[in-house]
Design a protein. Structure first.
Length: 117
């Protein structure tokens, strides 16, 4: 047992400290002009493509213009109405539904698609 410990200690003494070499990333850490130029070109290209996509989008893909409707009611006002008088809330919601929600009676409605199944 004693000889194993002595052999192990002799083995450990054979090691000599060596200065580690620099990491490979440390030599290439600078972001030189080519990378900055490439990033600027990429950002400009993304901006131009986005602008062109918005400008030349088909008219049917753009958001529809808001139709002037009855004055908007805030959520806080609706909550107060609902707590005070449930019938009045039902009337207000029935009046607002045709202006806010899409029509569900047309041939392209989701109800028509569900009725076919």
């Amino acid at each position: 047992m004693r000889s194993d410990v002595q052999k192990f200690e002799a083995y450990l003494r054979s090691f000599r400290p060596v200065q580690p070499r620099p990491l490979p990333l440390a030599a290439h850490a600078s972001f030189g002009p080519p990378r900055i130029v490439a990033a600027a070109v990429a950002a400009t290209l993304i901006g131009v493509v986005s602008w062109l996509a918005v400008e030349h989008a088909p008219i049917n893909l753009k958001a529809p213009a808001k139709v002037a409707s009855s004055p908007q009611i805030s959520a806080a006002t609706l909550t107060r109405i609902g707590l005070d008088d449930e019938h009045t809330l039902d009337v207000r919601m029935d009046e607002a539904a045709p202006l806010i929600l899409p029509c569900c009676r047309g041939p392209q409605s989701s109800l028509a698609a569900l009725a076919k199944e």
